[in-house]
Write a protein of this length. Sequence first.
Length: 103
Amino acid sequence: MEFCPKCKSIMIYQGNKLVCRKCGYEKSVEDEEEEIIFEKKNREEVPVIEGENLKTLPTTKVVCPACGNKEAYWWLRQLRAADESEVRFFRCTKCGKTWREYD
């Protein structure tokens, strides 16, 4: 996680650069290996883990809504304020569909 040198806000990945949501400061990314890609989904930005990093994630038994496979990788992300709970994301080990857990 990186912070903006101008306004100290958290910067997000957009392609091969880091962008500050607050002030618009941009910084190119030199280490693409740990890049996180964001997909637009339901008016929210959903963090998606790509590439070799995916294979290091833990797996769990859960049914994929797309293909019915019963195993998926999972990870947690803090999407909102720190006083709200984290969101659990899943990615099917068979078809690659990514979805989130709703309470």
